[in-house]
Unconditional design. Structure first.
Length: 260
């Protein structure tokens, strides 16, 4: 695993292990009210050219833990920072694991245990799991978070850090996106990103000439993407209204000319 020595900011795309390895983006919101539900997190990653994080091996799990440790160590700073010198505070992260619970699946998997019903949203078939003690609890909790509660007292399974827990899909959390090797570059508005290599092989991608900015600003793009989900569906309705209005005006004008 690479060793990360460069400050990691929320909202940066981080690549490690060479051009053939996936890249990641940690979306951490200091403002709890800005955190999102599972489906919103999925859409945000997809609109950014990636997918909600799949963790396919113990090595990839360790890589994500290292990134979160770097982010927590104080690299974020600013208002709302957590314990440990200004890093991120408590706040779990959605990952792309969810339970398939439709009727057809329930019938075909009547003899399948609950943990086996969980699948990666990006299509990965990797069997690796890192559940916390006595998880998943199943029931109404069908979407999965990676624990990140450094200030919580340890439970039966130890500290609530980095293990997985099933949660209700409408709960609001941070999230982590995953990108195919180098595929995120096409999303940088056509610019050529600059790169800063770390001592251990990790690389943080940022647009060329950009400065480090507070996390409240770096995640503005993710919030903007969520607004698009509301605006885009209204476009067909607006077009329909415009066409209907034009038709009415044309008919009224035709009748007026006929009356003359």
């Amino acid at each position: 695993s690479p060793v990360y020595h460069l400050s990691i900011l929320s909202g940066q795309t981080v690549c490690s292990g060479g051009p053939e390895q996936p890249c990641y983006k940690i979306a951490y919101f200091h403002d709890v009210s800005s955190r999102v539900a599972f489906r919103e997190a999925c859409r945000a990653c997809e609109m950014d050219g990636g997918s909600l994080l799949s963790i396919e091996s113990p090595a990839e799990q360790r890589d994500i833990e290292h990134l979160l440790q770097e982010l927590r160590s104080g690299a974020v700073g600013g208002a709302g920072g957590g314990a440990g010198g200004g890093g991120i505070a408590d706040g779990d992260f959605w990952i792309g694991l969810t339970r398939v619970d439709d009727v057809e699946s329930a019938l075909s998997n009547s003899f399948t245990s609950c943990p086996q019903l969980y699948h990666w949203t990006d299509g990965s078939v990797a069997p690796f799991r890192n559940w916390y003690f006595d998880e998943p609890s199943c029931g109404g909790e069908a979407c999965v978070v990676m624990y990140h509660q450094p200030t919580a007292l340890p439970g039966l399974g130890g500290a609530y850090l980095y293990q997985w827990n099933d949660d209700r899909c409408n709960m609001k959390h941070n999230f982590i996106c995953k990108y195919e090797p180098e595929s995120h570059l096409v999303k940088e508005h056509g610019d050529t990103p600059g790169t800063d290599a770390t001592a251990g092989g990790g690389v943080v991608k940022q647009p060329a000439g950009s400065e480090e900015v507070p996390p409240q600003v770096t995640m503005a793009g993710a919030s903007g993407m969520l607004l698009v989900y509301v605006i885009i569906p209204t476009i067909p309705l607006l077009l329909l209204i415009l066409v209907a209005s034009g038709t009415c005006c044309f008919q009224m004008l035709s009748r007026s000319e006929a009356a003359e």
